[in-house]
Design a protein around this ligand. Structure first.
Ligand code: FPP
Length: 236
């Protein structure tokens, strides 16, 4: 990539279109999810190489539990296999993994694989990979509100301590705001993904399905990001 490009500090990716990608090829939807893991692995290496510092990935929403039980089970097993084996290389790339979302009702084996990955990568500094799993913005706002109420009840904060910074610090993860949100597959929705964090993000909706969102597509996204005039509500 060209040297002078601005690399967004925090990129969010809604990895959409796995099912359609597979069905268009006469395969089962699960084949699309499996291929997505391979796309994602390449993308993680690329993001480290170009200097992205934070990346948030929408892996499974609170609403995705409404899917056919067989697809949900497949995804849970895919997460276990990916976290236990496929993501081994991320340790060498110095990627730190964190998770956002509710633990309930994720299966024990998924939670165990998540906790292990978090622990094994906690000192890494190249890229923070925030995996949103059983995640929803609405649930996050509810859970953050409860956390702040507990702090208030325990006398650890005053009402006047509640400000934007305190809310931000008490979301599932204390991360910088999103600069750039990419949703593949041409759908023009946020679908309950990091609403609070995306308030001033730039949005990009490439037509390609996620399994085809390769490094070249990511570079095209960065070029598009560089064309945006970010004003943050001011005048430039
Ligand atoms: C959306 O495509 C994708 C998902 C709900 C699952 C995302 C999962 C992965 C990319 C697997 C790997 C991720 C990790 C973190 C290991 P869709 O099924 O809604 O596609 P469709 O809109 O074409 O039906």
């Amino acid at each position: 990539m060209e040297e002078k490009l601005i690399i967004p500090n925090h990129v969010g990716i809604i990895m959409d279109g796995n099912g359609r990608w597979a069905v268009e090829r006469g395969k089962t939807r699960t084949y699309g999810h499996k291929t997505a893991v391979s796309t994602l692995k390449d993308l993680c290496v690329h993001m480290v190489d170009v200097g992205v510092k934070y990346a948030s990935l929408y892996a499974f929403s609170t609403e995705n539990f409404k899917r056919d039980i067989k697809e949900v089970d497949f995804l849970m097993n895919l997460f276990i296999a990916t976290f236990n084996k496929e993501f081994e290389f991320l340790k060498k790339k110095k990627v730190r993994i964190v998770f956002s979302g509710r633990r309930e009702p994720l299966p024990e084996k998924v939670l165990k694989a998540m906790d292990k990955l978090v622990d094994e990568t906690k000192d890494n500094k190249a890229l923070v990979l925030n995996i949103c799993l059983n995640y929803g913005s609405h649930a996050e706002i509810v859970d953050t509100t409860k956390k702040l109420c507990e702090l208030y009840k325990d006398g650890k904060i005053e009402l006047d301590d509640i400000d934007e910074e305190l809310i931000s610090k008490n979301l599932y993860q204390d991360l910088p705001p999103l600069d750039f949100v990419i949703r593949t597959s041409g759908e023009l929705r946020l679908s309950n993904f990091m609403m609070y964090q995306a308030s001033y993000a730039e949005f990009y909706f490439p037509k390609v399905y996620f399994p085809d969102f390769n490094n070249e597509e990511f570079d095209k996204a960065i070029l598009e990001f560089n064309k945006r005039n970010r004003r943050f509500g001011g005048v430039k």
